[in-house]
Design a protein around this ligand. Structure first.
Ligand SMILES: Nc1nc2c(c(=O)[nH]1)N[C@H]1C(S)=C(S)[C@@H](COP(=O)(O)OP(=O)(O)OC[C@H]3O[C@@H](n4cnc5c(N)ncnc54)[C@H](O)[C@@H]3O)O[C@H]1N2
Ligand code: MOO
Length: 398
């Protein structure tokens, strides 16, 4: 088949992302923000530390009083500061994280001191300089410091930083409702008995659910939809409230490829169909009421690659991600890669000693090869054969 009528992948991505509207902004408690994207920039409402603190267990002293001895005037513990002002010749017991008493400017670590009743003596080398072992107010961040930008992914570190900066909730785009279904008379639910060699387990729906689980997405998966137009229409209608509907199979040109006819019967408008990529040519994108419908190819590897390159970017955009598209890494070819035809090629490949090697079985149904791959080597349309050492754009799979 020639490349006529096939959309370049970058154009397909642009058109798909142009359909995406970020979901409304909600404030979520920090504990539920993991995997969302910040809807607004994050600013510290408090500084950290909020006061000068001790970084060690020991004694707060005045540098000028070294080498001691000192009389013990009291204690500053974490959460219970020393109330008074340290006078000449005085020291205060202090714990890690406790506020430095007024008048003190240095911490003497307890390993360098000996205490006898109320008298403290220097036994070790003592502090290396004035201000030793003090965490100054605001040395991590000040009130008002810009901590993160809108569109950044919220990970465990950002959750911790937000808590420390005084936030209990964060503004994020609400979770997306996605309906996923497998279509095809030959399919049987995973784990169920297969009536004949003409049947096979439906692996796409369960794979897509797993791929989407990394994002704040609520998936509704329906039973396998048979190859009957009415059944496809019924399944699509049952998920009219979904933000995104993903089907796999029936996207090609065969007599039983019913996704496009079903979408049209429901009043959906097809935005594009068929992309110059391999695997993954027969992708279809349509608007269907308030939903975006994405018809992925049935071949399992085609479904995986198109989900990586189109579905995940669509969902990230709807969730407000600043970077929605996968970001390739350049690796040197560890072996030759063949010349490419008119479709952008996604080659399942292994990384060996930092170099990328194509795997042998590139059939678009070969899930074992997909599982063995560390990366998809992305080869542009019409690229000449690559030789060992040539830089290859790779999408790491992990
Ligand atoms: N004459 C043409 N034939 C085909 C074309 C074409 O352009 N002209 N395109 C080929 C390409 S490329 C692909 S990719 C496939 C995709 O077609 P469909 O999306 O219509 O998929 P099906 O025909 O329904 O299934 C293809 C293959 O995948 C298996 N399958 C389907 N669903 C699942 C599932 N949920 N889990 C696991 N496996 C599934 C199915 O049994 C078939 O073996 O079309 C080419 N043909
Ligand atoms: O595009 Mo199909 O996915 O080549 O097998």
């Amino acid at each position: 088949m020639s490349g006529a009528g096939l959309l370049p992948l970058s154009e397909a991505q642009q058109r798909l992302l142009a359909l995406a509207r970020p979901t409304p902004v909600v404030e979520l408690p920090l504990g539920r923000c993991l995997g969302h994207y910040l809807a607004r920039p994050l600013t510290a409402v408090r500084g950290q530390p909020a006061a000068d603190l001790s970084a060690m267990d020991g004694y707060a002293i005045r540098w000028v009083d070294l080498p001691g001895p000192w009389s013990l005037a009291g204690e500053s513990a974490a959460g219970r500061p020393f109330e008074g002002m340290l006078q000449p010749g005085q020291a205060a017991r202090i714990s890690t994280g406790a506020i430095l008493p007024a008048g003190a400017d240095t911490i003497l670590v307890q390993e360098d001191a000996e205490r006898d009743e109320q008298t403290l003596r220097l036994t070790g080398e003592g502090p290396p300089g004035r201000g030793a072992h003090i965490r100054c107010a605001g040395h991590d961040f000040m009130p008002g410091t810009a901590l993160a930008s809108a569109g950044e992914m919220i990970d465990a570190r950002l959750i911790a930083l937000s808590a420390m900066a005084g936030h209990g909730t964060l503004p994020v785009h609400r979770r997306i409702r996605v309906a996923i279904f497998d279509t095809g008379d030959e399919l049987v639910e995973p784990g169920m008995a297969l009536p004949s060699p003409a049947h096979l387990p439906a692996s796409n729906g369960i794979m897509l659910g797993a791929m989407l689980a990394q994002l704040p997405v609520d998936t509704a998966s329906s039973a396998i939809v048979p190859d009957r137009l009415e059944a496809v229409i019924e399944a699509l209608s049952a998920h009219a409230d979904a933000d995104v509907v993903i089907t796999t199979g029936g996207a090609s040109v065969g007599d039983h490829d019913l996704i496009q006819p079903a979408l049209k019967r429901l009043g959906g408008s097809v935005d594009f169909w068929r992309i110059a990529m391999r695997p993954g040519r027969p992708v279809m994108v349509a608007r269907l009421g308030k939903s975006i419908a994405v018809g992925l190819p049935g071949n399992p590897v085609s479904a995986f690659v198109t989900a990586q390159m189109l579905v995940l970017p669509l969902l990230r955009t709807m969730l407000g991600a600043a970077v929605a598209l996968p970001q390739p890494t350049l690796l040197p070819a560890g072996a030759p890669f063949p010349a490419v035809g008119h479709r952008q090629d996604f080659v399942r490949a292994r990384i060996i000693g930092g170099a990328i090697h194509p795997l042998d079985n590139q059939d678009s149904g070969a899930l074992h090869t997909l599982r063995r791959a560390d990366a998809l080597a992305i080869r542009p349309p019409h690229a000449a054969a690559a030789t060992t050492g040539d830089p290859i754009a790779c999408l790491l799979l992990s």
